[in-house]
Write a protein that binds this ligand. Structure first.
Ligand code: NAD
Length: 502
C-alpha cells in the first residue's frame, strides 16, 4: 500500500501518480508515496472549509487542550516518529529526537492559545466608550514544507494556525512523508476534529492547487529560495497572505580572542550535523587573521578525522547520509567545483566508503565531511547554498571586512560570532544584516516563544515563522468601539470627527 493522504480525519487515496521513498542509508526503496492530483487537494480544502465554522467557534481553551494531549502523545510515540525520520531523511536518531523536541516546544507555545488570543482592551476610550482589538482566524490556510525537518517545520505551522481557529491543509515533502503523516494521525487521536488538519502528499500539482484555490486564505512555505520566491509572488497575486522562508548560506566569524577549541567543537556540529542539511547550518567560517585561520583548520581537521559516518539508526555514528542520490551528486559536484575554482581542499569527503553490516560498500548516499581553506567571495562554493557536509574557511583581516562580506551576501538567515570581546559582539549583533544572530552560539535557532526568520533572500513576507509572529500571521485584527449610553444621556448629532478632547 502506498503512503496515502489524511483528509477529514481519515486515510484517503487520491491521485494516480506515485513516487518511491528511499532509505538514504541503503539506497533502497521499500515504499511509494501517492502524489495528490488537483481533485484530491480540492477534497482536502472542502474538508477544511466544512470544519471551519465549528472550529472557529470552539473556545481557545478547548483548542489548546488538544495541543496538551498531542504533546503527551508525541512524547509517548517519540521513538517511532524518530525512526521514521531517520529511515527517510537519514539523520542520526539523536538529531531526529532534537528536531522532534523543538517541534514539541511549538506545541507547548500553541497551548497558550487563550493567553495569546486575549486581545487588547481599553476601557473608557471616550466618555462611556470602550474599545478593544480581537484577533480572528482567516479560514482555511495551507502549509508547504521541506525535506530536512519532516517533524519540526510542519509543527512550526499548523499548531499555531489551528489554535488561532483556522483549519489547515498541509503539503509535506514527498521525499520524507511518513513521520509527518504519523503526527497528523496522532493529532486526530488527541481530539482534533475531522477536517481541522488535512495532509496531502504531492508535488508541484498539489502546491499549484493550493496556491490558486480562492478558499485558501494564507500560505506558509519553507524550502529553497527559488521555490519560495515563486510561492510568494504567485500567492500574493492570488490575494493570499504569504510567508515564504527560503535558503541560506550562514557565516560564522571567529575573532583572534575567541576560545578556539570551543569554537571548533561548536562549528563541527553546526557544519556537519544532519549532514549539513539545515537552513541554520554553518557552511562558511570567516577567520579574522591568518593565525586564527591556521588554528581553526588544524582543530577542524583533527576533529573531522575522528568523526564516524554511517547509518543514522546506529547510535555510534555522528553523521548519516545525504537525502537522495540526486542531492549526493549535486553536493559532490560542488566539491569538484571548489577544487576547480582554486580553493584548497584540506579534507576530501568524496573518498569516504561506508560499509554495510555484511561488510559490502554501502549503496547509501554517504559523503564524508569536507573542508576547504582559502575560499573567497565570487567562488560558487562561497556564493551558493550547497546543503551538504562541506565547510569553507574564508580568511579576512578584520571584523569590519567580515561584516561587509556577510552584508553583501544575498542570503541573511543566520550568522554567529565567536569572541570574548563584548564590545565587538554588541556591534556585530546590532549592525549585521541577518535575521538571526548568535554570539558564541553556532545555531541561533530562536526558541518557540520568539519567532524564526531570515532577512534578504532568506524570507519573503513581513512576518517570521512561529512564536508571536505566527499569531499575527494566522489572524486578522478586528477593533470594536462600543458605547452603551445611559438612559438620561442627551442624544444629539455632532458633525466634528470624534476625538479624545474635552
Ligand atoms: P524545495 O524548495 O525543493 O521543496 C520544498 C517544498 O516545495 C516541498 O514540499 C516540495 O514538494 C515543494 N516544491 C518543490 N519544487 C516546487 C515547485 N517548483 N513548485 C511548487 N512546489 C515545489 O526544498 P527542499 O529541498 O525540500 O528543502 C531544502 C531547502 O529548504 C533548502 O534550501 C533550505 O535552506 C530550505 N529550508 C529553509 C528553512 C528556513 O527556515 N529558512 C528551513 C528548512 C529548510
Amino acid at each position: 500500500m502506498p503512503i496515502a493522504h489524511w483528509i477529514n480525519g481519515q486515510s484517503a487515496t487520491g491521485g494516480t501518480r506515485s513516487q518511491p521513498v528511499y532509505d538514504p542509508a541503503t539506497g533502497l526503496s521499500h515504499q511509494e508515496v501517492l502524489l495528490a492530483d488537483r481533485a484530491t487537494v480540492e477534497s482536502a480544502i472542502d474538508a477544511a472549509e466544512q470544519a471551519y465554522p465549528a472550529w472557529r467557534d470552539t473556545p481557545p481553551l478547548k483548542r489548546a487542550r488538544v495541543m496538551m494531549r498531542l504533546k503527551t502523545l508525541l512524547e509517548q510515540h517519540a521513538d517511532a516518529i524518530c525512526r521514521l525520520i531517520t529511515a527517510e531523511h537519514g539523520k542520526v536518531l539523536s538529531d531526529a529526537m532534537g528536531e522532534l523536541q523543538r517541534g514539541i516546544e511549538n506545541i507547548e507555545y500553541a497551548s497558550y492559545a487563550p493567553e495569546l488570543l486575549k486581545g487588547e482592551h481599553s476601557k473608557d476610550a471616550g466618555p462611556g466608550i470602550d474599545s478593544w482589538s480581537e484577533f480572528q482566524p482567516l479560514g482555511v490556510v495551507a502549509g508547504i514544507t521541506p525535506f530536512n525537518f519532516p517533524a519540526m517545520v510542519p509543527l512550526w505551522m499548523w499548531p499555531m494556525a489551528v489554535v488561532c481557529g483556522n483549519t489547515f491543509v498541509l503539503k509535506p515533502s514527498e521525499r520524507v512523508p511518513s513521520s509527518t503523516l504519523y503526527i497528523a494521525q496522532l493529532a486526530s487521536e488527541a481530539g482534533l476534529p475531522p477536517g481541522v488538519l488535512n495532509l496531502v502528499n504531492g508535488d508541484r500539482e498539489a502546491v499549484d492547487t493550493l496556491l490558486h484555490d480562492p478558499r485558501v486564505k494564507a500560505v506558509s512555505f519553507v524550502g529553497s529560495t527559488p521555490v519560495a520566491e515563486h510561492i510568494y509572488h504567485t500567492g500574493c497575486g492570488q490575494n493570499k497572505r504569504v510567508q515564504a522562508l527560503g535558503g541560506a548560506k550562514n557565516h560564522a566569524v571567529v575573532l583572534p580572542d575567541a576560545d578556539i577549541a570551543g569554537s571548533v567543537s561548536a562549528l563541527m556540529g553546526a557544519a556537519f550535523g544532519s549532514c549539513g542539511q539545515r537552513c541554520m547550518a554553518i557552511p562558511l567560517v570567516v577567520a579574522v587573521g591568518d593565525g586564527t585561520a591556521d588554528a581553526l583548520v588544524a582543530g577542524l581537521q583533527r576533529q573531522m578525522a575522528a568523526m564516524r559516518v554511517g547509518a543514522g539508526n546506529d547510535n555510534r555514528n555522528d553523521m548519516g547520509p545525504l537525502v537522495t542520490q540526486q542531492h549526493y551528486e549535486k553536493v559532490k559536484g560542488y566539491i569538484d567545483q571548489g577544487v576547480e575554482e582554486g580553493a584548497t581542499l584540506v579534507v576530501d569527503g568524496r573518498e569516504l566508503a561506508v560499509r554495510d553490516d555484511s561488510g559490502q560498500i554501502s549503496q547509501g548516499y554517504f559523503l564524508g565531511p569536507t573542508l576547504f581553506d582559502h575560499v573567497r567571495p565570487g567562488m560558487r562554493i562561497y556564493q551558493e547554498e550547497i546543503f551538504g557536509p562541506v565547510l569553507g574557511v574564508v580568511r579576512v583581516g578584520s571584523l569590519k571586512e567580515a561584516m561587509a562580506m556577510i552584508d553583501a551576501h544575498e542570503y541573511g538567515n543566520g550568522t554567529c560570532l565567536f569572541t570574548r570581546d563584548g564590545e565587538a559582539a554588541r556591534f556585530f549583533s546590532s549592525h549585521i544584516q541577518v535575521g538571526m544572530v548568535g554570539i558564541n552560539v553556532a545555531l541561533p535557532v530562536p526558541v518557540a516563544y520568539h519567532s524564526f526568520g531570515g532577512w534578504k533572500r532568506s524570507l519573503f513576507g513581513d512576518l517570521h515563522a512561529y512564536g508571536p509572529d505566527a499569531v499575527r500571521f494566522y489572524t486578522k485584527r478586528k477593533t470594536i468601539t462600543q458605547r452603551w449610553p445611559s438612559s438620561h444621556d442627551a442624544q444629539h448629532a455632532t458633525f466634528s470627527f470624534p476625538s479624545g478632547q474635552g
